[in-house]
Design a protein. Structure first.
Length: 272
């Protein structure tokens, strides 16, 4: 295994040589947002950066771009420490970074995304890159983890899986004694909140546009129905660094396998 081509640690001359043989960029995209009483504000950034770093070490054709720390997280903004940019600002920022990468020879870009609030922006940026003939993709670690092991499916914001993964990176960042299974609020006795967006009404589900403070007093929350077959009674207190290492290893290897296959994709610019 090579050490990975970390862009921030290279000189410009070294980067020039790497770009001649590494046409793929891995861009971790995170968020600085509350993660309940037991996880750090940088959870999404930390996990995206670690997964991208591990994957880059497995793919010699990949360049690891420094993590984008702040994404769109305005709906968490009622909790101290949360930072957010607007989707338009995030799109412009990512677009500028990608333009320089393409200028240096990058033909394929994978966003390793750690935060659901970034998805619509990454879709816009990715489609614009494709229009220019650049192949772009976004990997969501929680979908990959849950698809490989139902026990690793997403339970919620600050759940046992996310907690284990942070412990796998740095256990000193987790305040495990503060962790508990969160209780989502109800807007009325007939409108229980399933997650940050969806409410149940009768036999159907309605999207109601909420902030996290409407859902949870502690910031962490359940996301019922996101993953199939998960045990929602599992507390984040059951998290372990060992499980975190397993998940990080599996997902990073998946990203590396996908990256090698993705490099076979060839796209031409679209007509204006």
């Amino acid at each position: 295994m090579h050490m990975g081509h970390e862009l921030a640690k290279m000189t410009w001359k070294e980067a020039g040589e790497v770009f001649k043989k590494a046409p793929l960029a891995l861009i971790p995209v995170g968020s600085i947002e509350q993660h309940g009483p037991h996880l750090p504000l940088g959870t999404d950034m930390i996990l995206a950066a670690e997964l991208a770093r591990r994957a880059a070490a497995l793919v010699p054709e990949a360049v690891l771009v420094p993590a984008i720390p702040v994404g769109y997280a305005a709906y968490h903004g009622d909790f101290p420490g949360t930072l957010s940019t607007s989707p338009a600002t995030l799109a412009a920022y990512l677009g500028d970074i990608c333009r320089y990468l393409v200028r240096h020879g990058i033909t394929h870009i994978i966003f390793v995304n750690g935060h659901g609030g970034n998805l619509s922006t990454l879709d816009l940026v990715g489609r614009e890159l494709r229009r220019k003939g650049v192949a772009a993709a976004t990997v969501l670690w929680w979908d990959v983890a849950g698809a490989h092991n139902p026990a690793w499916g997403l339970r919620g914001h600050g759940d046992v899986v996310e907690t284990s993964m942070v412990m796998g990176v740095d256990p000193t960042l987790v305040r495990l004694q503060e962790a508990a299974i969160p209780r989502n609020k109800s807007l009325t006795e007939n409108l229980p909140i399933l997650d940050g967006t969806n409410c149940r009404f009768g036999k159907g589900i309605v999207k109601i546009h909420l902030h996290t403070c409407d859902v949870s007093d502690t910031g962490d929350m359940m996301e019922y129905g996101h993953a199939q077959g998960v045990d929602y009674s599992t507390s984040p207190r059951e998290a372990t660094a060992e499980q975190g290492h397993e998940i990080l290893d599996l997902v990073s290897r998946y990203i590396a396998d996908f990256a090698r296959e993705f490099l076979r994709v060839k796209l031409s610019p679209l007509a204006e």
